[in-house]
Design a protein around this ligand. Structure first.
Ligand code: GDP
Ligand code: IMO
Ligand code: MG
Length: 451
């Protein structure tokens, strides 16, 4: 039996619900945000930028969101990019184009926090330049300029969206910033071209800009319900992730509060989105990765070194929607989920892509880490690469279900072996599973019996 889970804990009808990635990204946050958005007034992004890639499939139509909240698909929602995000305006317009072509009416429903930082082409150039400079130690960033944009924010010479309403000062700040970065990194920037572009953007964007912090709190006070759609994931969090192989924002629950200006008291539930196995795109430690023994855990990211790794990659279509890179694949890493649950305190888990494991004869769960023969406690996660690369994983093996589960709509309809797999995860993590993904479509969910 699934542990008891309420609709609130599942995020179906809570006031404020955070949808958070519980691994290394691409768990299916976009799909859940879309499924839940049906009952919500506001969908807000609080961190990251267009490094995210959130895919939503509705009636076989695929939508790819990067910077925009997935809530836009539902016409009743208002969507906002919160102060914790970094916004590359040309990409914003590019992302809106296909939505416009599909007849999706977004005008008036997309707001930008005046405190969000602008991410310029220059930040992207610096990202590429820094990655090149790292040589074989490159992070494998999305090259969308995320790290450099948060760096200028922390360095206090970043430029916020609200400055577009004061274009004269904006222009001076932009010239100074581009000149500064040019001297620091030697990247070439067409300063005049940028100033001209932003003059036009400022006119178009002016009506979209709001005091985001006041907006979200006023909405809360007015009884509106809010989804905070997380980007990236806990193991990519700047503080909690596998540093330095991380992104540059706070991807976990605290980021929701600082990235929107919403008090932690107002967060009613956080749903942890967890893929039934593990993937990672980009470099860095991955203890349960399915690799060739000969490759010492560092196989190229586009070539999982075992048949099972390849199987998960192929059946799961594990190719990044932002960069087109193949994702590295491995068994579910329970210590990662326990660690994420400790930090984020999930009300429930959305276990996604269970259907991808349908054909496996047996399935494994990485249940504990050992370093030098010493078993770590649940919630303990090594902070150094040296320890993370030294981790030995203890596995539990279970029979596979060898059944097509794509038509299952309740937990009870799943084959007993699949139920056992889900139950064991709940037990080890200490958190109930509310939704189980059995396909990419909006309706492809097996749901728990809610109490
Ligand atoms: P996100 O970044 O967390 O939103 O996840 P992505 O959209 O990058 O990656 C998840 C991929 O898996 C997308 O292509 C989804 O359409 C797909 N997907 C989501 N849930 C399921 C599921 O339960 N089963 C299958 N087969 N695909 C899923
Ligand atoms: P969603 O929201 C998967 C990874 C990159 C790289 C590292 C740093 O779709 O789950 P960055 O460009 O942010 O500086 O890259 O983080 N990364 C993601 N991986 N899904 C994401 O977002 C990611 N966002 C960043 O691949 O390893
Ligand atoms: Mg993604």
């Amino acid at each position: 039996m699934l542990k008891q889970v309420t609709k609130k804990a599942a995020g179906i009808n809570s006031r404020v619900c955070a949808v958070l990635g519980g691994q290394w990204g691409d768990e299916g946050k976009g799909k859940l945000a879309d499924v839940l958005a049906k009952n919500y007034d506001i969908v807000a992004r609080f961190n990251g930028g267009n490094n995210a890639g959130h895919t939503v499939v509705v009636n076989d139509k695929k939508y790819a969101f990067h910077l925009l909240p997935c809530g836009l698909i539902y016409p009743h929602t208002t969507n906002i990019l919160g102060n914790g995000t970094v916004i590359h305006v040309p990409s914003l317009f590019e992302e809106l184009e296909p939505l416009t072509a599909d007849g999706l009416e977004w005008e008036g429903r997309l707001l930008l926090s005046d405190r969000a930082h602008l991410l310029f082409d220059m930040h992207q150039a610096v990202d590429g330049h820094q990655e090149e400079g790292r040589g074989s130690k490159n992070i494998g960033t999305t090259k969308k300029g995320i790290g450099p944009a948060y760096a200028t924010k922390a360095n206090r010479n970043g430029i916020r969206v609200g400055m577009l309403k004061h274009f004269d000062v904006f222009e001076t700040q932009l010239r100074e910033l581009l000149d500064y970065q040019h001297h620091l990194y030697g990247v070439d920037v067409d300063i005049e071209g940028e100033v001209d572009k932003y003059k036009k953007y400022a006119e178009i964007l002016s009506p979209w800009i709001v005091d985001g912090v006041h907006f979200i709190n006023q909405a809360y006070d007015d009884g509106k319900s809010i989804i905070a759609e997380g980007a990236n994931a806990v193991m990519l969090d700047l503080d909690y992730g596998t540093y330095p192989f991380v992104t540059s924002s706070t991807t976990s629950v605290g980021g929701m509060s600082t990235g929107l200006g919403l008090s932690p008291n107002k967060i009613e539930t956080a749903v942890g989105v967890i893929k039934a196995y593990t993937t990672r795109v980009g470099w860095g430690p991955f203890p349960t990765e399915l690799t060739d023994d000969t490759c010492g855990g560092m196989v190229p990211r586009d070539a999982p070194g075992t048949d099972i790794g390849r199987h998960l990659q192929t059946v799961g279509a594990e190719i990044g929607v932002t960069t087109g890179r193949k994702r590295r694949c491995g068994w579910l890493d329970v210590p990662v989920i326990q660690y994420g649950h400790m930090i984020n305190s999930y009300g429930s888990i959305n276990l996604t892509k269970l259907d991808v494991m349908d054909d496996l004869d047996e399935v494994k769960l990485g249940v504990a880490y050992k370093i030098n023969g010493q078993r770590l406690l649940p919630g303990q996660m090594p902070s150094t690469l040296e320890d993370l690369y030294a981790v030995e994983v203890e596995y539990e093996t279970m029979p596979g279900w060898k059944t097509d589960i794509s038509k299952c709509r309740t937990f009870e309809e799943l084959p007993s072996e699949a139920q056992h797999y889900v139950n064991r995860i709940e037990e080890l993590v200490g958190c109930p599973v509310s939704f189980i993904g059995v396909g990419a479509g909006r309706e492809d969910m097996a749901v728990a019996q809610f109490v």
